[in-house]
Design a protein around this ligand. Structure first.
Ligand code: GLA
Length: 725
């Protein structure tokens, strides 16, 4: 049983294959955290029960033996505001009498197989109840009666857990939630590093690492999306943890809006790690009888460094996050016209793309931005989702027929949460965008954000999308989002509820995504936000792949893909070969192969030689699809640490196949290049598919594979495919 409760000692123990998470019901029903780390087999943890702690100046609980329990120095599962713990809290609620003091204590618990769905929110799921076990703990503030249910789900085999919280108001008066973080983990040491992913448009998810210090450090977003700037992902790890060694704790928020991830180190050498909705841009009125569910946090522990943590996230997401038809069947190899044409295209022009695609073995054409309203540039028409038949030279369905007749599938672009200032929709409903009264609305890319907190707005946009998708044979939708939210307010809600609009906006987006994926289960959805501005598990719940970045320069893509791989699997990374000339087609292909693979260029412009390379690449896409989409990733040389080259490999689950790729970014200094591989079976012998040479797994991992025979110029790359004999 992954979750056990020792009723004599009142201790909960949540075990996975490699970790244990332990906490107790302390005196006076405080939920006190005891341990999170490598797996411990002991059932009896009596000696590890909390002995209490006292700190001068910190209040004590007078009902617990004199003065030996100061909340301020105790480790809590769900710390709240105003009752003696001065660190960052997970929960603050404004009570009907005006104060925000709360003190949540254990009431009861339940342990059951499976995992509950979070209403209206994306969350990890189980395919079978036996795959996970859940602990639900009811807590209550005895003065106000407000309740919180803490959810812990354990994916035993995968070394992973999820956490979430439901606040219930069983009273007859309204409360206001001011702060609600889904996960708090208190550690009794601060000997840690923090790793986060930072960036901006065109340069997403670079890896940042720092020592924790005696302060509160962390990342957040209040842009209304998870953002290009910080990903809702963070790691706390041993200071000397590496790719292959050390204790590593990964946290990922299943949410696409404002978030926070922080670590607070106190004067007692303790570290509190928190993740959840960003309290700076959140508030929620909880009316009598209502409840509120916080999005969930995924926690992954590894005692074998960062690489193992990433592989666990990848497996977990492939099996328990990515849903629907496209989770398990082969995705189409696509060509997208955006970088080649922008909005300057015609139906005839795109048909030539499809003709070339057919010759090359590509499966699908995606028509990007510019097919609707009067959209010839980015100044107009978002919200007017009516087909521009003049541009396409006929109806959308007759255009799609022309593509399909060539044997090519068809995909289309939408930006459903946006409205152009110059649009019929804006002229008809100027109050349908996010705005606050009497204040100029900031514009970005000539557009405003639609007020998805309002049902009538969502219903209207969805009816237009439904019309396009139900009347035409559309196999794929790219869902874009090209600005962040400012002057956040809604004409649909009273003043006291304006704090809810950010979250209501995200819930509105999820509702439409849910309707879309339910009504059109066969459509492959690709998320996008100016590239990877909303690359998070929330979006991945609906869209199995996300366009990784608008930056398709292959060398730039290396850091972007390495960073993204910290927690997101290769099967989710939208990666295309473009016309960018920092490297040749071979290298561009080798790098795009790491992700979903596709093309983003004008295929009419290929030389004969390039056409041959592309044909070969299409063959490689098919050959390596399984190992990339379901194999284990090993980051061998990361471009964040090595200025000369990057290298990575995929290994099949049975360790019988491996695909190794190395890219030279700058002419390296070493005389000969031996790349030490990882993840193989030492006992097995592997044959190099191309040269026919045979090596032991031990040699490949210890002495390394010789890459000296390959070119070492800037932008060179090579891959080796190994098969076990
Ligand atoms: C965003 C996307 C691009 C493209 C354009 C269209 O920037 O990231 O791929 O779809 O929008 O406007």
């Amino acid at each position: 049983m992954p979750i056990t409760y020792d009723s004599d000692n009142r201790i909960f123990k949540l075990d996975t294959a490699n970790s244990s998470y332990v906490f107790e019901i302390f005196e006076q029903n405080y939920l006190v955290h005891l341990y999170y780390g490598g797996k411990i087999p002991d059932a009896n943890l009596k000696e590890h029960k909390y002995k209490g702690g006292f700190a001068s100046f910190s209040p004590v609980n007078i009902n617990i033996d004199d003065d030996w329990f100061s909340p301020d120095v105790s480790m809590f599962e769900f710390p709240c505001e105003g009752s003696g713990d001065f660190r960052e809290s997970a929960f603050a609620i404004r009570n009907p009498d005006g104060n925000n003091t709360t003190d949540m204590r254990y009431v009861s618990h339940e342990i059951y197989n499976g995992k509950p769905k979070l209403e209206g929110l994306p969350s990890l799921f189980v395919n079978d109840e036996s795959e996970a076990q859940t602990l639900e703990i009811l807590t209550r503030d005895n003065v106000t009666g407000i309740q919180a249910v803490l959810y812990y789900t354990v994916f035993e085999e995968l070394g992973a857990m999820t956490r979430s919280v439901r606040i219930i108001n069983p009273t007859s008066k309204p409360f206001e939630i001011e702060r609600l973080l889904s996960c708090c983990v208190d550690f009794n040491t601060h000997d840690f590093d923090m790793i986060t992913l930072y960036g901006k448009w065109f340069k997403e998810r670079s890896v940042d690492r720092m020592h924790l210090s005696h302060l509160t450090q962390g990342i957040s977003s209040k842009r209304g999306s998870s953002s290009h700037h910080h990903n809702p992902f963070g790691v706390i790890c041993d200071r000397d943890a590496t790719e292959d060694t050390g204790n590593v704790y990964g946290f990922n928020f299943v949410y696409s809006g404002n978030f926070t991830f922080k670590a607070q180190v106190d004067g007692f050498a303790g570290t509190r790690v928190l993740m959840g909705l960003n309290p700076d841009a959140f508030g929620w009125i909880l009316e009598a009888g209502e409840d509120f569910v916080a999005p969930e946090v995924v926690m992954v522990y590894s005692d074998k460094g960062l690489g193992e943590m990433s592989r666990t996230f990848h497996k977990l997401y492939r099996k328990h996050l990515i849903r629907g038809k496209w989770a398990n069947i082969k995705r189409p190899l696509l060509i997208n016209n955006w970088e080649a044409t922008g909005m300057d295209f015609t139906g005839d022009k795109l048909v030539t793309f499809a003709e070339r695609a057919k010759e090359l073995g590509i499966d699908m054409l995606v028509m990007d931005d510019g097919w609707f309203g009067r959209r010839d540039d980015d100044t107009s028409s978002l919200g007017d989702w009516q087909v521009n038949e003049e541009k396409l030279g006929g109806s959308l369905s007759s255009f799609i027929d022309r593509i399909n007749e060539l044997g090519i599938k068809f995909g289309i672009w939408f930006e459903p949460e946006m409205i152009s200032r110059d649009s019929e929709l804006y002229r008809a409903h100027p109050d349908w965008c996010i705005h606050v009264p009497n204040r100029e609305k900031s514009i970005a890319r000539h557009q405003y954000v639609l007020d998805y907190s309002r049902k009538e707005v969502r219903d209207y946009i969805y009816s237009l999308m439904y019309d396009v998708l139900s009347r035409n044979k559309i196999d794929y939708v790219k869902w874009d989002f090209n600005r962040n939210l400012s002057e956040v307010g809604s004409a649909g809600f009273p003043p006291e509820k304006q704090k809810e609009i950010f979250h209501r906006f995200t819930l509105g987006t999820y509702e439409i995504l849910d309707r879309l994926t339910t009504d059109f289960p066969d459509i492959l959805l690709e998320g996008c936000s100016g590239g990877g501005g909303r690359y998070d598990p929330g979006m991945l719940y609906y869209a199995p792949q996300i366009w990784c970045s608008d930056n398709t320069d292959p060398i730039e893509r290396l850091t972007i893909q390495f960073g993204t791989s910290m927690c997101y699997p290769a099967s989710t990374m939208g990666a295309h070969v473009s016309a960018s000339n920092r490297a040749g087609y071979e290298t561009k292909g080798n790098i795009a192969l790491w992700g979903t693979f596709g093309y983003e260029l004008d295929p009419n412009k290929f030389s004969d030689e390039e056409r041959e390379i592309v044909r070969d690449q299409v063959g490689e896409y098919h050959k390596y699809y399984d190992i990339i989409h379901s194999g284990d990733l090993y980051r061998l040389i990361t471009p964040f640490e090595n200025p000369w080259r990057a290298a990575w490999m995929f290994v099949s689950e049975d360790k019988n196949e491996a695909l190794v790729t190395s890219v030279t970014m700058r002419r390296p200094e070493d005389r000969s290049y031996f790349l030490r591989l990882k993840g193989l079976d030492e006992e097995k012998y592997y044959v190099d598919d191309e040269s026919g040479e045979v090596y032991s797994g031990a040699l490949l991992m210890k002495a390394g594979l010789s890459f000296s025979r390959y070119g070492m110029n800037d932008g060179d790359s090579f891959k080796v495919y190994l098969r076990a004999l």
